[in-house]
Each structure stands twice: as structure tokens, then as C-alpha cells.
Design a protein around this ligand. Structure first.
Ligand code: ZN
Ligand code: ZN
Length: 169
């Protein structure tokens, strides 16, 4: 991909997406904070990024209201990074989450609703958070370290906090 710093347009609703660099994982994600709440995962060439100090608190706040646009998931979607048509794939977590995938550049898009849809499937918050994070980390190609209940609060990463907000915890 030529320029990972460019602002992307959400493939689901067309709004500008907001970039979030997550230093602990060395990855960059784009979130549709102004539109539908969807998330785009870049391909894995993130490590060129040097915006180590970027603070994602604003974005965490932005997804807190959960007041996102409805989108028509049956419409074709085009990769915001390279323009290729994206293909729908069922991913893990009980096959509940459908991911739009770009076979040309490796980008992936997740609807906000796809994360919220799994809310009621779990007995407790920690189990749910762990599963969502495992899925998300897997999509990003990084290892997920399972958290135990006693340490979860202190060790929660910014990305994890963000996804907690996105699934309404
Ligand atoms: Zn959107
Ligand atoms: Zn692409």
C-alpha cells in the first residue's frame, strides 16, 4: 500500500475514518467514528509507523455514545485502501461475525454491529472481552494474551478499552 497515512473513507457509509495507532501492538486501525462505527484493519505493514505517542482517548470517547448510523450490509463494498471489491467472510467467534475482506491488499472491515451482536452470548464481561479481543487480534495478526480476572483492569491495553466501548461494556 502506497500511503498508509491517508485518510480513508468508510466502505460502508462513506464517512471519513479516524486513524488509531496502537503502539503496544504496533498496528494501525481506522475507525468510522463519525458514521457507522465500523473498523478497518490495514494490512500488516504497520511497523513503519512512528506515531508512538498518539493518544487514543478521544477515539475511545467517540465510540462511547454508540449512536452510529445504520448501514445496508447487502451493498457491495470497496476497499478504502486500494479500491478493490471486498468479499464477505464468516470469521471466528461462533461464526457470528462477518468480515469484509480485501484479497488485493489484505485489508479487513468489521461492522460495528458485528461486534455488538455478540454481546449477549457470554456469561460474563471478561469472557466476552477476551473472545472479542482474541478475534480482533487474530484479524490483525498479533498474539493475544489471555487475561485473568484479577489482573484485567490494570493490564488493559488502550485497544482493549476501545473495543470494550465498542461492544458496549
Ligand atoms: Zn462508516
Ligand atoms: Zn484493498
Amino acid at each position: 500500500m502506497a500511503d498508509s497515512h491517508q485518510t480513508l473513507r468508510c466502505p460502508a457509509c462513506g464517512e471519513e475514518m479516524q486513524k488509531v495507532f496502537v503502539p503496544s501492538q504496533g498496528v494501525n486501525i481506522d475507525i468510522c467514528t463519525k458514521g457507522c462505527g465500523g473498523i478497518f484493519f490495514d494490512n500488516r505493514e504497520f511497523r513503519m509507523f512512528d506515531e508512538q505517542d498518539e493518544n487514543i482517548d478521544d477515539i475511545i470517547q467517540a465510540v462511547e455514545n454508540n449512536d452510529f448510523k445504520e448501514v445496508d450490509e447487502s451493498l457491495p463494498r470497496y476497499c478504502p485502501a486500494c479500491g478493490a471489491k471486498m468479499a464477505k467472510n464468516f470469521s471466528s467467534i461462533k461464526k457470528k461475525i462477518q468480515v469484509d475482506e480485501c484479497y488485493a491488499c489484505g485489508g479487513k472491515f468489521l461492522d460495528h454491529g458485528e461486534l455488538t451482536a455478540i454481546r449477549n452470548e457470554y456469561e460474563n464481561d471478561l469472557e466476552r472481552t477476551n473472545d472479542v479481543m482474541k478475534f480482533v487480534y487474530n484479524e490483525m495478526g498479533v498474539d493475544f494474551i489471555h487475561q485473568d480476572a484479577t489482573k484485567s483492569d490494570r493490564r488493559r491495553s488502550p485497544l482493549q478499552k476501545l473495543f470494550n466501548k465498542m461492544i458496549g461494556l
